[in-house]
Design a protein around this ligand. Structure first.
Ligand code: R5P
Length: 236
């Protein structure tokens, strides 16, 4: 089974999970290739839901294409669930997210939800976070100062470029990658994140930082994880 098939499997498992919600629920929907499989899997059931709150322009586009009603987050008070992928998840449900650049809106929508359902294949499970470079969304003029602060924490910092996403790390950098919020992303490699709660709050306090892709406060409560033997549901 290849990784795409594992993503499809876990997307379908998440569909089965949200179909247990009472009819008329509003869904919180994350971003990324795994979430795309979830969106495709729930598309035939869209009429059971009052709509969805989206975490990125890409997700909004896909939801609309499938005929979902996409609601303004300001018009919604709470969400029963938020479904999203992760770049890394540890045994406590703490995650690194933002490989696709959607971390800020993802964190906002996750904070509105009663339950975070993380969907991924087992390659994303790690004992300690930090092998995947930690994304930090910043105000562009703060690049220099934030870089220096992050280096003091022991990280090797690089500005993400438009073609320098997870899928093609080797390509020659071009223009800076610009997020849906018009901001930039610093990727911080070489951190061994033993205390995600402390590091999340420490990085958040650096002037110029919009969001750090460490999801400790907005951790996952349920993990649906696929491997060659199928999908497991883990309560965190
Ligand atoms: O910004 C992107 C998100 O945090 C994604 O949820 C994360 O990068 C995982 O994406 P994928 O399912 O494509 O591996």
């Amino acid at each position: 089974m290849n990784q795409d098939e594992l993503k499809r499997l876990v997307g379908e498992a998440a569909r089965d999970e949200v179909l247990q919600l009472p009819a008329g629920a509003v869904l919180g929907v994350g971003t990324g290739s795994t979430v795309n499989c979830f969106i495709d899997a729930i598309a035939p059931h869209r009429d059971r839901f009052a709509g969805a709150v989206s975490s990125s322009n890409a997700t909004t586009e896909r939801l609309l294409k499938h005929g979902f009603q996409v609601l303004d987050p300001n018009a919604v008070e709470t969400l029963p669930v938020y479904v999203d992928g992760a770049d890394e998840i540890d045994p406590f449900g703490y995650m690194i997210k933002g490989g696709g650049g959607a971390l800020t809106r993802e964190k906002i929508i996750a904070s509105m939800a009663k339950q975070f359902i993380c969907i991924c294949d087992s390659s994303k499970q790690v004992p300690i976070l930090g092998h995947f470079a930690l994304p930090v969304e910043i105000i562009p003029i703060s690049q220099g100062v934030v870089t220096r602060e992050l280096e003091k924490l022991g990280g090797q910092v690089s500005l993400r470029h438009a073609k320098n996403t997870r899928a093609d790390l080797e390509q020659t950098p071009s223009e800076p990658f610009v997020t849906d919020n018009g901001a930039w992303i610093l990727d911080v490699a070489g951190l061994k994140i033993v205390d995600p709660i402390a590091l999340e709050s420490q990085i958040k306090q650096i002037a110029g930082v919009i969001t750090v892709g460490l999801f400790a406060k907005e951790r996952a409560h349920i993990l649906l994880v696929s491997n060659v033997s199928g999908v497991s549901k883990i309560l965190l």
